[in-house]
Design a protein around this ligand. Structure first.
Ligand code: PLP
Length: 397
């Protein structure tokens, strides 16, 4: 395994975790399509099961192809270890089921990905876990909401879909000052480690939907968890193996490894394209407001500059005429695809209130800042002039 933190990010994204001499010189890692692994002796099998001897024994626990991706993601996020899962929700739920018990409290930012919210509301609460939401841009609100039974503090930055920027360092140190045992968990899907590494800012665990930028090509569903080795092993052996069974397929592992090779290159172009699109939207007479941390007018701009290595490829905006105008505009697009998900080569546009965040009731949407007129765009890798032209013709009409 190659692990060399002195090499640059883009170099590690190509090489880390894989040594071709271990696989007949094969430039790309082999895909181990196997459910189980044969033991030379009963004793060897027993030793693997007990953890006394290294080695794989069943692919719901580990697989050699998966191990390469895990080593690579751990390296890129600057964590000790990682765990690849079948989906982002698999990563999030396996993490929570491992850490929390009935009677525990979880503190969450007021806006998170729709299914994460649904998992908290309908999953965790059903099993006697207390969940509260406050506005994490307000440090005093966080302070006031921490409790003696708080086990996890959970948020995203930038927040999906509102693009608020939360201060990872400040929030992490505040939580640790209150109680060092609370786990600060951050969903880093929007940024990927190419733009933001929360573990270096005091967070304990990073979760990902690898479906998005890490895979990068809209051809798979996957997730990942990164953090301390001991915790990753716990999540693997409990949250993943027993509680969710959200095991990733070796073929999807291969595709993510391929995607990650071009991660930095892609993120750079996503950022460049998004900046141009955001500036056009901000200046357009039909647009009420544009939310993108790369705009100097954005309330999160200075913090994003400190915390991120680029402002990302996600933009949200509101039309002056509200949802009626937004849906007409969306239906007029030709090149840009009307679809949920994000981080793909294709530019994707969607309406959070009726799509990704329809898991919130209308009252919850109002409370959590998901307005009817809000439109979310994941800026792709097409020539920016073509994306601009399509958006402009739809907005102008
Ligand atoms: C998509 C997404 C998820 C869920 O990931 P899946 O791979 O779809 O299960 C979680 N968090 C964020 C921010 C997402 O965009």
């Amino acid at each position: 395994m190659t692990k060399n933190n002195k090499l640059a990010f883009s170099t590690r994204a190509v090489h880390s975790g894989y040594d071709s001499s271990s696989s007949h010189g094969s430039l790309n890692p082999p895909i181990y399509m196997t459910s189980t692994f044969c033991f030379d002796t009963v004793e060897q099998g027993a030793a693997r099961f007990s953890g006394e001897a290294p080695g794989h024994f069943y692919s719901r626990v580990s697989n050699p192809t998966q191990a390469i991706l895990e080593a690579r993601l751990a390296d890129l996020e600057e964590g000790e270890a990682a765990l690849a899962t079948a989906s982002g929700m698999g990563a999030i739920s396996a993490t929570f089921w491992t850490i929390v018990s009935p009677g525990d409290h979880v503190l969450v930012d007021k806006t998170v990905y729709g299914c994460t919210f649904s998992f908290m509301e309908h999953g965790l609460k059903k099993f006697g876990i207390q969940v509260t939401y406050v506005d994490f841009t307000n440090i005093d609100e966080i302070k006031g909401a921490l409790q003696s039974n708080t086990r996890v503090v959970y948020f995203e930055s930038p927040v999906n879909p509102s693009m608020r920027i939360l201060d990872i360092e400040q929030i992490s140190s505040l939580v640790k000052d209150y109680c060092a045992d609370i786990h600060v968990v951050i969903d880093n899907t929007y940024c990927t480690p190419a733009l933001q590494r929360p573990l270096t800012m005091g967070a304990d665990i990073v979760v990902h939907s690898a479906t998005k930028y890490l895979g990068g090509h809209g051809d798979l569903i996957a997730g990942a968890v990164v953090g301390q080795a001991e915790m990753m092993e716990k999540i693997r052996l409990y949250g993943l193996k027993d509680m969710t069974g959200a095991v990733i397929s070796p073929i999807n592992v291969f595709l993510i490894l391929r995607g990650v090779k071009t991660l930095q290159l892609r993120m750079e172009r996503h950022c460049q394209n998004a900046q141009v699109i955001a500036e056009m939207l901000e200046a357009h007479p039909a647009v009420e407001s544009t939310y993108y941390p790369g705009l100097s007018s954005d309330p999160g701009h200075q913090l994003a500059k400190r915390q991120m290595d680029g402002f990302g490829g996600m933009i949200a905006f509101e039309l002056k005429a509200g949802f009626g105008a937004a849906s007409k505009m969306l239906n007029r697009l030709n090149l840009i695809k009307r679809a949920v998900s994000l981080g793909d080569t294709e530019t994707l546009i969607q309406h959070p209130a009726s799509m990704t965040h329809s898991t919130y009731t209308p009252e919850e949407q109002a409370k959590h800042g998901i307005t009817q007129g809000l439109v979310r765009i994941s800026v792709g890798l097409e020539c920016v002039n073509d994306i601009l032209a399509d958006l402009k013709q739809a907005l102008d009409a």
